[in-house]
Design a protein around this ligand. Structure first.
Ligand SMILES: Nc1nc2c(ncn2[C@@H]2O[C@H](COP(=O)(O)OP(=O)(O)OP(=O)(O)O)[C@@H](O)[C@H]2O)c(=O)[nH]1
Ligand SMILES: [Zn+2]
Length: 378
């Protein structure tokens, strides 16, 4: 890779990091670390699903810090509202599946919107919300509940939520057509580790290869405690087990074009109206169809999240120094390096490199690490 390009990627890594620090400052300010006389009515700590949140009551509601930052929970008239789940957000309209068993096209309450300029994305795909119904198929989102399992990216200094309240990520790669790229699995895993989402590594199209050939690769992930599945829609391998793993869970789908995501979803749940595309034979690359994150309710009570515009998760907010800690197999050795700022590449007395030489860390995984921390593309 050219030096110049690498320098630019590193600069991006830094920029993201700095903007994250700024966002934290904003969070602190808004959640009450900076005192403000008129709204300091009461403060308490509450335990939410995503961990500790700080709560502070203001006129008409409370400010809560959840996994995605700071949000406002205004008081709502519960009798006049229905609960629901945001399936997708398109511009100012959120499509909400409500407890009535129907979808409503919803606008967002003015108070939430005013705050959105500073706090960003007041409503995101996956949000649990309170809706005041309007007419047959419309409504106003009055309140957004605290979030856990947040997938986000920072761009131009602002954090954008891709989807929230996620349980797991289904990393879909194919055994062939397109060829298996373990380094890509490693990248997705880094994203999952950083977002603290549990991954399922799903290798599709196993009917196209000799399955024994996959064992050296799957064995490495198995050993690290990752959940690895071999799947084929042609002979049905692994399909039932995968269906069971997705039941009742909210699962984000990620994978290159053409690896078989849509085909798999249609088989898992024929109700999922996802379009199956044919891979162009020459390029082994398909095309993207839509652009927004969308939740698809499945027959067994779960949701599959497809993000067609960004069907591949990326290392949006990962900085170089953070990468080693996000590799499960490298992490345990890091603290034994001689130099505190060891990058585990060119330094002497590096415990990570020793562990590679001694066979404790898989060489291919180490090479993946080197590429990722250098900001190289695959
Ligand atoms: N042999 C074999 N072919 C498969 C399997 N799963 C999917 N395919 C084929 O792979 C091609 C691509 O599948 P898709 O489901 O469109 O892939 P995708 O990941 O949704 O692609 P994008 O929509 O571009 O992101 C189709 O021609 C499928 O028939 C499998 O298990 N075995
Ligand atoms: Zn080192």
């Amino acid at each position: 890779m050219a030096k110049k390009k690498k320098g630019k990627l590193r600069a991006n890594f830094r920029k993201n990091h700095q903007s994250r620090a700024r966002n934290n400052d904003l969070t602190r300010r808004l959640s009450g670390d900076a005192e403000s006389a008129d709204d300091d009515v009461s403060r308490e700590r509450v335990s939410g699903k995503g961990g500790l949140t700080r709560k502070k009551t203001i006129a008409g509601g409370e400010i809560v810090e959840d996994a995605s930052g700071t949000i406002v929970l205004p008081e709502v008239d519960r009798d006049a509202c229905v609960e629901g789940r945001v399936l997708r957000v398109q511009g100012l309209v959120s499509t909400v599946l409500t407890e009535e068993g129907r979808t409503r096209a919803c606008a967002t309450r003015q108070l939430l919107k005013q705050l959105s300029t500073e706090l960003r994305h007041v409503v995101a795909a996956g949000d649990n919300v309170w809706v005041r119904p309007e007419g047959e198929g419309e409504g106003i989102i009055e309140r957004v509940e605290p979030r856990h399992g947040v997938l986000s990216r920072t761009s131009r200094g602002r954090r954008h939520l891709i989807v929230v309240n996620v349980d797991q990520v289904l990393i879909v790669v194919s055994a062939a057509q397109p060829r298996l790229k373990p380094n890509l699995i490693d990248r997705y895993l880094v994203t999952c580790e950083q977002a603290r989402l549990s991954p399922i590594i799903c290798i599709t199209k196993t009917d196209l290869v000799d399955r024994a050939d996959l064992m050296p690769i799957t064995g490495v992930y198995d050993q690290m405690g990752y959940d690895v599945r071999l799947v084929s829609v042609v002979d049905g391998q692994g399909v039932e087990e995968l269906r069971a793993s997705l039941a009742g869970k909210e699962t984000v789908l990620t994978g290159q074009s053409g690896v078989g995501k849509s085909t798999l979803l249609n088989l898992l749940d024929p109700g999922l109206a996802l379009r199956v595309q044919t891979v162009s034979a020459e390029s082994e690359k398909g095309r993207h169809t839509t652009t927004t994150a969308e939740l698809y309710p499945t027959a067994d009570g779960g949701y599959v999240v497809d993000t067609p515009g960004i069907r591949q998760l990326q290392l949006w907010d990962v900085i170089a120094e953070e990468v080693a800690g996000l590799f499960r197999d490298i992490r345990p050795f890091v603290s034994h390096c001689r130099y505190g700022d060891c990058t585990h590449t060119h330094e002497e007395f590096c415990a990570v490199k020793d562990a590679v030489a001694d066979g404790w860390i898989d060489t291919r995984r180490y090479e993946s690490y080197v590429q990722i921390q250098a900001g190289d593309e695959i």
